[in-house]
Design a protein around this ligand. Sequence first.
Ligand SMILES: NC(=O)c1ccc[n+]([C@@H]2O[C@H](COP(=O)([O-])OP(=O)(O)OC[C@H]3O[C@@H](n4cnc5c(N)ncnc54)[C@H](OP(=O)(O)O)[C@@H]3O)[C@@H](O)[C@H]2O)c1
Length: 284
Amino acid sequence: MSSLTTRIELNNHTAIPCFGYGTYKIKDASEAYESVKAALEQGYRHIDTAAFYENEKFVSDAIKDFMKENNVSRQDIFVTSKVWKTELGYDKTLAAFEKTMEEMQLDYLDLYLVHWPASFAFDDDWENTNRATWKAMTEIYKSGRVKAIGVSNFLPHHLKALMEMEVIPAVNQIEINPGFLQKETVDYCQENGILVEAWSPLGRGKSLSHPVLEELAAKYNRTVAQIILRWEIQHGIVPLPKSVNPERILQNANVFDFEIAAGDMAVIDAIPPYGNSGHGPDDL
Ligand SMILES: NC(=O)c1ccc[n+]([C@@H]2O[C@H](COP(=O)([O-])OP(=O)(O)OC[C@H]3O[C@@H](n4cnc5c(N)ncnc54)[C@H](OP(=O)(O)O)[C@@H]3O)[C@@H](O)[C@H]2O)c1
């Protein structure tokens, strides 16, 4: 990985930039617009939104204006959205996708994700619900209006039902931060050709003060955020840090000119859980 625009080939040969920009909790129209614009101006080419974030329109307006003002073509920007967990099932997923496309007014999305799986915790027929949702996702993919389809917050037992279907998920976006590598799920995905993306790669800020990481930040002359994001990249994971602060947006992207030594990677891997959200797909 050499820069923000370096792409990784997904299992359907679509290529995804190795580093993204997250937009959760940026609900205010002008803040969402300005932050996405700032990220694009600083070289980010991969933007992550979701129907649940209630900002798809503002995010998409920023992308379209940036393209127009800078003569950047649509294919140079990778745009992801997601179907929320209240819209699972075949018909609701198709309708949710139409609503997203209406909000975003783009010809196509690069990636469309199932935001949360149906789980035995709240759905007795969870495996069939996930299959029905995935059937709709597959239909959307075949229509050509999304370049790739994937899932989010799927653990191996959720993924297994989809692995037997016609199209295999290209991506699984899961929570990953130091102390919360979710190794079993990462290994399962990487062994099955599913790219892993990290949500809350900075533990929503909670991961940024840990003595071990502070020590490593001093050793590499980097910020803790940069150490964490670099650690994720070196694990073959695509991080999606969110910031509304232009200096942090820039700082977070400056992770392509150093390498964390294997011994220090292992030190970060061994940090006990501390910054994760505590919300798993089978709890909600
Ligand atoms: N699929 C899912 O279920 C799911 C769930 C959650 C999130 N996501 C996606 O993943 C993205 C990232 O996750 P997240 O937004 O939860 O958390 P995050 O990116 O781990 O952390 C964002 C927080 O860290 C702060 N921050 C960012 N860079 C910083 C830096 N260099 N130094 C100090 N503070 C910094 C931000 O504050 P400022 O903005 O003030 O800089 C913000 O409070 C989301 O935006 C969303 O796109 C997906």
